[in-house]
Design a protein around this ligand. Structure first.
Ligand SMILES: Cc1cc2nc3c(=O)[nH]c(=O)nc-3n(C[C@H](O)[C@H](O)[C@H](O)COP(=O)(O)O)c2cc1C
Ligand code: SF4
Length: 611
């Protein structure tokens, strides 16, 4: 049920997901859940996902409010904010949202109200990034339990002295109090992923000799004192995120975290969120497509057996059906949607309305992660992420000169361009071209990348629902004032590119197994490192060595773009826009965004816009 107090605070009518319309198979997801003093109206929960949408001073922007409010409007019953910094020494992004001083409360209040105004409950995750930050973000030395550098960041932190530890505990308690003052329903302590709290918990990063280091009991003391401090000062719900397995030598495993879970429950924690990993094992935390969806739910299930408080599970829960299964099977009480909630803010509403096939599925490509600080979170499936107002009011503003536009090609960029043009009021036709789905259509043939087929189908649905007409390439070309033609980016057979290595994967599955793979540096250098790990494993299982000797195979030449237009009976001189088709998701996202920015109507060009 919606929070009456939230409705009062926001002054807006509260809407919740309509349970009566829910397909029977989603009934578990639509059960309410109690977390301490808070009741969630459903179990669609958005995981904390950092965006870099705050100001450089760490204050909440309208951009961040719009982003999370859209997810609440889309039907999530719980929205957990990205990690908010508790102290300047723990900042991990140039525009990390902060809760380290009273000045932050006003923006945090707007954020909580925005989420609650749609009936969702708002939890704020608070964090200090410890040794995994960089001094270029903190402007001061990094702080950690021990002076041991993170193997990824390789920056030596300063060990917190005995006097400083109580101060650090106080940073968290004060931040929790601030988010309570801002009206959040709950606070989540980020005790996972190798950050400061996790740093104390683990012998991997904690080699202190005092009462905060040594045995698990001593290592847990820092977290438990924070918990007690918050329970003494605040009334809001309290959850703690932990890495059930850190997946590194000397790191915590399920044995330690099971004990920790019991202590946290005894200390009064209301819920646990079970994740995995530290920076050194970060590929496991946000798995790329090809890794098993829901892979870490068994760890959540193991923790759930230790406690009676609600347990959240996470890990490529990419669709409602898997989340429903996770609850029904007893793996967790609250499945967290991470990247899936970025890719489609409306995921819960669509699932509840029986329209799951129209969900813009997360490709698990990690562009959002890789780009999260450069400049901020982006997503190829939802180009409006982080710029909803610009997207709706500027990019998709009605055109004063509606035209007939023919788009030749069905790759993701072409389909998105067609959708946007239709929203601008143009009469748009898409002509099927080979390969169907463009380069993403080719990717979809790689066995573990079949998600691209479904993502393309959803992008096609999005375009059609905006009025885009479909036409076979066999039919006569529709008359057009403008012709937009998709052209292939340079194809590559080098295993140092994602396209090249996936071509080898396809061949190897077809029985054509290479004797060895030669690279200058590594596989798939243009893609997220998760793909490197994935395909290294694939070829290791086949006994194919990857040799680093600089003998990478060649890059193919550009396709003849003029010929491609002519193939469709279009005079190349009449092509008004070329739409670049890309294989690798990061490049695809950047090209898509560039293309969309060019589509802004000249009459709107004076309106301020973000790119
Ligand atoms: C862009 C991005 C930002 C993230 N930021 C946070 C964060 O602020 N706090 C946190 O606990 N986890 C963070 N995570 C981890 C996610 O909450 C989640 O555990 C992970 O992505 C796996 O879930 P998924 O497969 O559903 O995305 C982040 C992950 C991504 C991809
Ligand atoms: S950028 Fe990729 S991984 Fe991130 S939400 Fe979008 S599709 Fe998913």
């Amino acid at each position: 049920m919606p929070s009456p107090s939230a409705a009062r605070r926001s002054g807006k009518a509260v809407k919740t997901v309509d349970l009566r319309a829910a397909p029977l198979r989603l009934q578990a997801l639509l059960q309410p859940l109690h977390i301490g003093p808070v009741v969630l109206s459903n179990r669609f929960a958005m995981a904390p996902l950092t965006t870099n949408f705050a100001t450089e001073q760490g204050l909440v922007t309208q951009q961040l409010v719009d982003h999370l409010e859209a997810r609440a409007r889309g039907g999530f019953g719980l929205v957990i904010t990205e990690n908010l910094g508790v102290h300047a020494s723990g900042r991990v992004m140039p525009r990390m949202a902060m809760a380290d001083r009273d000045e932050c409360i006003e923006g945090l209040t707007r954020l909580a109200r925005g989420i609650q105004s749609h009936g969702a409950r708002a939890f704020a995750q608070i964090s200090h990034c410890g040794r995994q930050s960089r001094s270029k973000f903190t402007g001061q030395s990094l702080r950690a339990p021990s002076a041991i550098a993170c193997p990824v960041n390789r920056e030596l932190p300063q060990a917190l002295s005995g006097d400083e530890v109580p101060q650090a505990i106080q940073w968290f308690v004060d931040a929790a109090h601030r988010v309570e003052q801002a009206g959040f329903d709950g606070v989540e302590l980020h005790g996972a992923h190798g950050y400061l709290i996790a740093g104390f918990l683990s012998a991997y990063s904690n080699q202190r000799q005092d009462e905060y280091g040594g045995t698990l009991e001593k290592r847990a003391r820092f977290l438990l004192e924070i918990v007690r401090g918050i329970k003494a000062r605040c009334r809001l719900a309290l959850s703690v995120r932990i890495s059930a397995d850190e997946l590194v030598p000397h790191g915590n495993t399920l044995t330690e975290t099971a004990q920790l879970a019991r202590w946290l429950q005894d200390a009064g924690v209301d819920a646990l969120s079970v994740s995995v990993g530290v920076y050194e094992s970060f590929n496991a935390m946000s798995m790329v497509a090809g890794e098993t969806p829901g892979q870490w739910l068994p760890l959540a299930a193991a923790i759930k057996q230790q406690v009676s408080i609600p347990v959240m599970g996470v890990g490529r829960i990419h669709e409602a059906a898997l989340a429903e299964q996770a609850i029904r099977a007893g793996w967790c009480d609250l499945p967290l949607f991470g990247r899936s909630a970025i890719a489609d803010a409306e995921l819960p509403r669509k699932a509840v309305a029986g329209q799951a096939h129209t969900t813009l599925l997360c490709l698990a490509c990690n562009v959002c992660l890789g780009r999260s600080a450069r400049p901020e979170t982006l997503c190829p499936m939802s180009p409006q992420v982080g710029r909803q107002a610009w997207f709706d009011q500027v990019l998709c503003a009605p055109s004063h000169q509606p035209r007939r536009i023919t788009v030749v090609g069905t790759g993701l960029i072409a389909l998105t361009a067609a959708w946007v043009a239709a929203r601008q009021g143009h009469q748009v036709s898409v002509v099927d071209a080979q390969p169907a789905g463009g380069l993403q259509g080719l990717r979809a043939r790689v066995p573990q990348q079949a998600i691209y087929t479904r993502a393309l189908a959803a992008a096609r649905w999005r375009a059609q629902s905006a009025g885009v007409q479909w036409q076979s390439s066999e039919d006569q070309l529709p008359p057009g004032d403008e012709f937009w033609v998709e052209r292939a980016a340079p194809a590559s057979r080098s295993p140092q590119t994602l396209q090249g290595i996936e071509a080898l994967v396809l061949q190897s599955i077809g029985g054509n197994i290479p004797a060895s793979i030669h690279v200058e540096k590594d596989l798939a250098l243009d893609a997220h490192p998760g793909y490197r790990a994935l395909y290294r494993r694939h070829f290791a299982e086949l006994g194919v060595p990857v040799v680093q000797d600089g003998l990478a195979t060649e890059t193919l030449a550009d396709e003849d773009n003029a010929r491609r237009a002519s193939d469709f009976g279009i005079d190349p001189a009449r092509v008004t826009r070329w739409i670049e088709d890309c294989y690798e998701p990061d490049r695809m996202t950047l090209r898509l965004n560039e293309f969309l920015v060019q589509l802004v109507q000249p009459e709107n060009s004076s309106t301020q816009r973000r790119t």
